[in-house]
Design a protein around this ligand. Structure first.
Ligand SMILES: [Zn+2]
Length: 281
């Protein structure tokens, strides 16, 4: 008994099985499972029959929403197992509580122990892209488009290609720092920089980069490894981790920019008041 409990804890769960939100709204199409494996069957049944609400952004409301289960699997897992039934398509739908015409649909195909997501509306990309909108300004139009392309590719099951776009976004952040370093530091050597490996480049321009990027420069190694030697599925599996890393870098960039803008406004205001006081003396 104790041993089986230990095995359960040791079981490495697919990240998309962690929550109804991850499974129904974020998992890419054609992500499949073998229902004969470990706890997969029970976990998937739990997700398909989930009647609890899901907190997620509503793309129509344009803000965070609460979704209630509208179509779900209503069955009894006990005898016989649900896996012996439900071959073919299963539709799952969640409605926004603010407006029930806002519905997220997802479709699953099952044949024996083979189980796969085969459809979703709105698409994973439709769902994820609005969440990246906040980075549009920090990235600039071209880089923002590349981030969105990366997200769309990953949402459609293209792993390696999605990494190419994320790597370009990452490289561009470093390039931006190089331009700033060149402008701000008389001793900066372009030659030394261009001959350095990425890890070294980041160290050279570290004063112009968000701290998170410098501390987590391993992200670049993951991206490069993805493009050169990881499989499609491995890239898809790590996509979110790398994307979150890049978002963290952008969050820091946005905060730095806000702080700098606020400092400029404050300085101007102080000078204005100072001038007024001196003038009225
Ligand atoms: Zn809504």
């Amino acid at each position: 008994m104790a041993n089986s409990k230990k095995q359960t804890i040791g079981f490495q769960i697919d990240p998309y099985l962690e929550s109804p939100k991850a499974f129904h709204f974020e998992m890419p199409l054609y992500h499949d499972f073998d229902l004969a494996l470990g706890m997969v069957e029970e976990k998937i049944f739990e997700l398909l029959s989930n009647r609890k609400t899901i907190d997620a952004p509503c793309i129509w409301c344009g803000k965070e929403g609460v979704f209630t289960a509208h179509e779900y699997m209503s069955d009894n897992i006990s005898i016989p197992r649900w896996t012996t039934r439900h071959n073919g398509l299963t539709e799952i739908a969640y409605c926004c509580t603010r407006d029930t015409s806002h519905v997220y649909h997802s479709y699953y195909f099952k044949k024996g122990n083979f189980f796969s997501k085969v459809g979703q509306f709105p698409s994973v990309a439709d769902f994820q892209i609005p969440q990246s909108e906040i980075y549009r300004k920090a990235l600039g139009e071209e880089q923002y488009k590349e981030l969105v392309r990366g997200i769309s590719l990953s949402a459609h099951g293209v792993g390696i290609g999605s990494f190419v776009y994320l790597r370009r976004v990452f490289e561009n952040l470093i390039e931006e720092a190089r331009a700033k370093a060149l402008a701000g530091d008389k001793n900066f050597s372009n030659e030394e920089y261009f001959n350095a490996r990425m890890d070294e480049k980041i160290k050279i321009v570290k004063d112009y980069l968000p701290e998170f990027l410098v501390d987590n420069r391993g992200i670049y190694a993951i991206l490069s490894k993805g493009i050169h030697s990881l499989t499609e599925n491995e890239c898809l599996e790590y996509f979110d981790t790398v994307k979150i890393g890049i978002e963290q870098i952008l969050d820091e960039k946005i905060i730095q920019k806000e702080k700098a803008d606020k400092a400029i406004r404050a300085r101007e205001a102080i000078q204005k008041v100072h001038g007024k006081i001196n003038g009225t003396k």
